[in-house]
Design a protein around this ligand. Structure first.
Ligand SMILES: NC(=O)c1ccc[n+]([C@@H]2O[C@H](COP(=O)([O-])OP(=O)(O)OC[C@H]3O[C@@H](n4cnc5c(N)ncnc54)[C@H](OP(=O)(O)O)[C@@H]3O)[C@@H](O)[C@H]2O)c1
Length: 295
């Protein structure tokens, strides 16, 4: 490979979501293009727009967002940067978890709210139909079946192409699938955080895409084993973390988040990093305590 050849997201291979949306397996998470605490506009709007445009130039055709990122800011910036959208670009948004202040979340997955949230996303994203609409998180005060049933109804009305879930257990996925086909699941998962391991396997067995959120461990974790593999492979620890995810399951579609073009380019280059089997096995055998048990 020549030094100047640019690696694009296509090097990660493809996955077909819901039987009809074929995307490159390395996507982009658009939560980081908002202000601090995922609140308000970004400090550098030009950089946020440039990051989105560069993502698409580098072959990203799966962008994850939510109505609550900003709120509204992330979806508005996506439309400003990319509308009219290139053919094949899949935007996966979410509803049901509101942002009420910097760093503050509030559940709201009532059928009425979900219908309103979807209308807002359609308007901001300038779309007639959302390709992938994810229930952001089950609402403990609302029947899970009622939330999923509302999304199924909106799908029947043609406003949603595919229904998806986030922050769920296997039981949630099974209950939802009795109501409507579920095409993807988005849970926290990374090299350093494997509590959803068995959900990754369940998704693979059922042809459901798994989009790990915080695939870089939110850039906090750098285990010795990752550092060592990165040195051996002449790459960076975050690239190894992404390459490990891509090898962990063919159904994994990482959506690393960044507000910087330089970081985006580093992350996308991981699509071309093939982890040798021995390195993958060594990394997989590292037994990291669940995030919930760490101080
Ligand atoms: N479903 C949910 O509940 C949920 C929750 C959280 C996130 N998400 C989605 O998942 C996506 C990814 O999660 P995330 O953004 O929280 O975590 P992440 O992708 O693991 O890490 C993002 C953090 O790492 C930094 N970073 C990214 N690339 C880097 C690089 N090459 N070098 C150094 N630092 C780098 C970013 O800062 P810079 O901006 O400085 O690069 C940011 O602080 C989000 O964008 C969002 O779309 C979903």
């Amino acid at each position: 490979m020549s030094e100047t050849q640019v690696i694009t997201a296509a090097a990660a291979g493809t996955f077909t979501i819901g039987g009809d949306l074929t995307v490159n397996r390395l996507g982009y998470g658009a939560m980081r293009i908002t202000g601090t605490g995922i609140w308000g506009p970004p400090a550098d709007k030009a950089a946020a727009l440039a990051t989105l445009r560069r993502a698409v130039e580098l072959g990203v055709n799966l962008i994850d967002t939510a109505d609550s990122y900003g709120p509204a800011v992330s979806e508005e910036l996506i439309a400003e940067a990319l509308y009219p959208y290139p053919a094949g670009l899949v935007i996966a948004t979410k509803g049901g978890w509101e942002r009420v202040g910097p760093g503050q979340w509030t559940h709201n997955a009532s059928p009425k709210h979900l219908a309103q949230a979807l209308e807002g996303s359609l308007k901001r994203l300038r779309l007639d139909r959302i390709d992938i609409y994810q229930l952001h998180i089950p609402d403990p005060a609302v029947s899970f079946e009622a939330s999923v049933g509302a999304l199924a109804q909106l799908r029947e009305q043609g406003k949603i192409r595919h229904v998806a879930l986030s922050n769920v257990t296997r039981e949630h996925i099974e209950r939802a699938r009795k109501i409507v086909p579920i095409v993807s699941v988005q849970n926290r998962y990374s090299f350093a955080d494997r509590e959803s391991d068995f959900i990754v396997d369940y998704c693979e067995q059922n042809s459901i895409a798994f989009m790990p959120w915080a695939p870089l461990g939110q850039a906090k974790e750098a285990h010795d084993a990752i550092q060592k593999a990165a040195r051996n492979l002449k790459s960076t620890p975050l690239q190894v973390a992404l390459a490990w995810l891509l090898k962990r399951s063919k159904g994994i579609l990482p959506i690393p988040g960044t507000s910087s073009v330089a970081h985006l380019e580093e992350n996308i280059a991981a699509a071309g990093l093939e982890l040798p089997e021995a390195a993958f096995e060594e990394l997989s055998s590292v037994n990291i305590p669940p995030a919930s048990l760490r101080g």
